[in-house]
Design a protein around this ligand. Sequence first.
Ligand SMILES: Cc1cc2nc3c(=O)[nH]c(=O)nc-3n(C[C@H](O)[C@H](O)[C@H](O)COP(=O)(O)OP(=O)(O)OC[C@H]3O[C@@H](n4cnc5c(N)ncnc54)[C@H](O)[C@@H]3O)c2cc1C
Length: 402
Amino acid sequence: MSDKKQEILQELYPEDIYHYASKLTLGEAEVLQQTRQILEKEVRPVINDSWEKAQFPFEQFYKLADAGIMNSPKLFEGREGERKPREIYNAFLYYELARFDASVATFYTVHGGLGYNTLLLGGDERQVAEFAPKVANFEWQTCFALTEPDHGSDIAGGLATTAKREGDHWILNGEKRWIGGADTADIVPVFARDVDDHKIKCFVVRKGAKGYNAVPIQHKAALRPVQNGHITIEDVVVPETDRLQNINGFKDVANILIHTRADVAHIATGMTGGAYTATVKVANSRDQFGKKLCHFQITQEKLARMLANVTSAIAYSVRIAELMDEGEYEMVNSALAKMHNALVMRETAALGRGIVGGNGITLETDIARFFADAEAIYTYEGTHEVNALIVGREITGKGAFV
Ligand SMILES: Cc1cc2nc3c(=O)[nH]c(=O)nc-3n(C[C@H](O)[C@H](O)[C@H](O)COP(=O)(O)OP(=O)(O)OC[C@H]3O[C@@H](n4cnc5c(N)ncnc54)[C@H](O)[C@@H]3O)c2cc1C
């Protein structure tokens, strides 16, 4: 490893004790370093207020575009012409964002993961050429509207939003729920069922479309800065030219979810690293019974368990990223990683919250955010049970969803 890369990675991720991040290139490490600087300088001063007031820090977040987190030439050395950086970089980008804050990482995954992947995998050449560059440089915000009020885990069979073709356009009707960024997005990929062939298709609804209304869900106790929209869609007209041409059934949606579920597994990894780091900071600085908390054996045992969780989650993330880069990848890989990483994230956040004591329920020590936000990550992109059922089907050959 080059001295410079080693220096950057040691500064960024001292908790990566098996040096998984050494698989990054120097250019990728430099983009992550710049990302860290922007997060600390711009977003850190406002993150707690954003959480408390349930307002997303758009102005500060968009400074990340300066680091070129989706499109810096440093991410495309030797792979010019590609639309996405390497998956291994992607894993550490999510790690970096979520280690800082889960809402920042979630907002990014809705835009740069769910939304971007839908446009890349679902669009034809013309559509990709129109949408992808604007999304990659954050000129247009996108999102992903799949879940409905009455269909979450059973969305594959249950999706009830309808699309009716009339000449060269479509008429959409229905409701969507939990859609991150739905109230501010410039382009919203909406999944709907064609009333004629009953197949699921995807339609890009543009900002200001008549009949589209997104109202943020109020009073959330997790990921408060992220606005999750409840969308109503009443006779929204979408031209055939804005129907993503390569999504013609749920198998195409599942292909998108394979990628995005991996992204959320990486977010869980980052939150595990963030909860651990925040806890060590407090354990090393707070005195009780005349010595620092970190001197107590019980505390050290918990810290050791937390570090083991960080290490196993990074290992899952790195390996699934490598498999994706090698083109050998299936849904069970994402499901196993999301299930495992979310479990260790939840345990790590709870252990950290306990170690920090009363201060662990204030936003000042960071751990309270990780603790509350872990619950949302545990549920979205496939709940624990749904991912376990995907893994169970792989183990036994028997689908047990119904
Ligand atoms: C913060 C947040 C952000 C989100 N962002 C988006 C977004 O941007 N776009 C989008 O489309 N969706 C989004 N979602 C929706 C998310 O994907 C769903 O919440 C998830 O799929 C679960 O659906 P549900 O909440 O309706 O729970 P339900 O499906 O109602 O499940 C309730 C419980 O029942 C369990 N369960 C269900 N079926 C089974 C079964 N067969 N066997 C055993 N247990 C079962 C579940 O595991 C869960 O514990 C978001 C959700 C949250 C909370």
